[in-house]
Design a protein around this ligand. Structure first.
Ligand SMILES: Nc1ncnc2c1ncn2[C@@H]1O[C@H](COP(=O)(O)OP(=O)(O)O)[C@@H](O)[C@H]1O
Ligand SMILES: O=P(O)(O)OC[C@H](O)CO
Length: 493
């Protein structure tokens, strides 16, 4: 009989669940979108109850779609949107405030204040991160300082903090497990990535009581068992891992120097640096790629906040397109973007600029500019932003010949070809593009003994197609200079 693993992929815009077989084949999928809340400029929130309910119903749908029942599932792997912060009541499990999403910039001034005190170097040394509202710590401080009674209740041990992995684990196990994994912990600004423990000095800096925090485990570990009320049977939870790290595993980037880039709501480039926690000289993040049997593999990461979200904006904000996939035909319908550049800094700029106050812009408009040019410029912006990250990685000494790409946006062939052209680098698209869920399933399989090693998992990775650069160097350089000029016009620092 085959072994089946249920991977939960709790993303920024939807909750997904996928049942995989032991060869990494997809047997059933369940997906539920949920609401995005923008209560004020630069604030982004999710309803934790909606996250939980959509996750639960996606799991049930995926098991049903696979024609299976819960007793056929050997284990669960959870992967998640990272940094998003939830605080809940240990007694009732109810969140005391909406989830503050990774894109939320409400704590920009707190970060600027800490930077002004000269604390960025200490924070970077310990956590591998920068002082930016992207990460969990200032979001957590905000909740403790702004929700009535929260700080006292936290100090009294009545509350729990978690990123989405912890929150889902708590719910699935009915409060029996308050845990996270090293990858998710490494996105909080509170975790010492060298010592692999919560850092007292960082906790002091952000005024976070230690009693709020989950236990940090390996990315594949014993995370307890789901309460039978959810699926009719106890199922062990065998892995937790942040979604970009999961995609790194799903893309089998296990050797130092291997790199993947995922194009969903945002875009995240992750370079495996092996057992070395390489400190970037170009404002990239040092992060945990995965931790297995207590052994840490580190990565350099470049994070871009808006990639597919810019396409969503063309659809839902401007109503220029009816669906995301229309952008391919639109981009192909014109010979060039006609000098138009679009900088989608809707929630500030991430790596390598880290400018939370920057806002987006479209430049080079003329009377001849049409929808196709704007759509093409939007897709190109994702390629240019990736180039910014790869330049930074190369500046940090990385040397790679191919980039493994995945995520919803790489269904668009025009985008992948353009990426190869702008990056001057071969882009490989895998057979299974659901690499995030796949990575969580692989780690769960490793914990269950379905796989004996990462090498065995690497053997399962298969390329579907590769895209080689065809653009000439003069064009590439001219276009990239145009992009840099456009970025310079939206920057505030
Ligand atoms: N054919 C396409 N061309 C361009 N963008 C696309 C295409 N298909 C999906 N997208 C974009 O990809 C994103 C969805 O990717 P997905 O990996 O599901 O995201 P997430 O996990 O962040 O929710 C959306 O933002 C959507 O606009
Ligand atoms: O939900 P995604 O796929 O857009 O990923 C979100 C990232 O984890 C944020 O760091």
């Amino acid at each position: 009989m085959d072994t089946y693993i249920l991977a939960i992929d709790q993303g920024t815009t939807s909750s997904r669940a996928i049942v995989f077989n032991a060869r990494g084949g997809i047997c059933g999928v369940g997906q539920r979108e949920f609401s995005q809340h923008y209560p004020q400029d630069a604030w982004v929130e999710h309803d934790p109850e909606e996250i939980w309910q959509t996750t639960l119903s996606s799991c049930k749908a995926a098991i049903a779609a696979a024609g299976l029942s819960a007793s056929d599932i050997s284990g669960i792997g959870i992967t998640n949107q990272r940094e998003t912060t939830v605080v809940w009541d240990r007694e009732t499990g109810a969140a005391i405030y909406p989830a503050i999403v990774w894109q939320d910039r409400r704590t920009a001034s707190q970060c600027a204040g800490l930077k002004a005190q000269g604390l960025e170097e200490l924070v970077a040394q310990r956590s591998g991160l920068l002082l930016d509202p992207y990460f969990s710590a200032t979001k957590l401080t905000w909740i403790l300082d702004n929700v009535a009674g929260a700080r006292q209740r936290a100090e009294a041990g009545e509350l729990a903090f978690g990123t989405i992995d912890s929150f889902l684990l708590w719910r699935l196990t009915n409060g029996a497990e308050h845990a996270t994994d090293a990858t998710n912990a490494s996105r909080t600004l509170l975790f010492n990535i060298h010592r692999q423990e919560w850092d007292d000095e960082l906790l002091g800096l952000f005024k976070i009581p230690r009693v709020l925090l989950p236990k940090v485990k390996d990315s594949c570990d014993d995370f307890g068992r789901c309460d039978p009320q959810w699926f009719g049977k106890e199922i062990p939870v065998c892995s937790l891992i942040g979604d970009q790290q999961a995609a790194t595993v799903g893309q089998a980037c296990f050797k130092p120097g291997m790199v993947k880039s995922t194009y969903g709501t945002g875009c995240f480039v992750v370079l495996n640096t092996g057992t070395e926690a390489l400190a970037s000289k170009h404002r990239l993040l040092t992060t945990v790629a995965y931790r297995i049997n207590g052994e840490v593999t580190y990565a350099l990461e470049g994070s871009i906040f808006v990639a597919g979200a810019a396409v969503q904006w063309l659809r839902d904000g401007l109503h220029l397109i009816g669906s995301a996939s229309e952008t391919q035909a639109l981009a192909e319908s014109v010979a060039s973007s006609n000098g138009v550049y679009m900088v989608p800094a809707f929630t500030g700029l991430g790596a390598p600029y880290w400018d939370p106050d920057a806002r987006g812009g479209i430049f080079g408009l003329t009377r001849d500019t049409g929808i196709a040019h704007i759509a093409r410029a939007t897709l190109e912006s994702v390629c240019y932003q990736t180039r910014d990250l790869l330049e930074a990685m190369r500046g940090d000494g990385a040397d790679f010949a191919t980039l493994r790409v995945d995520g919803g946006m790489v269904a668009n062939n025009w985008v992948v070809q353009r990426l190869a052209d702008i990056l001057d680098c071969r882009c490989e698209r895998p057979m299974v593009t659901e690499t995030t869920a796949l990575g969580a399933a692989y780690l769960a399989g490793l914990q269950l003994g379905v796989y004996q090693s990462l090498d065995e998992i690497a053997e399962l990775w298969e390329s579907a197609d590769g895209f080689d650069p065809v653009m000439n160097e003069v064009d590439r350089a001219r276009r990239y200079t145009g992009w840099k000029n456009a970025v310079a016009r939206v920057r505030t620092q």
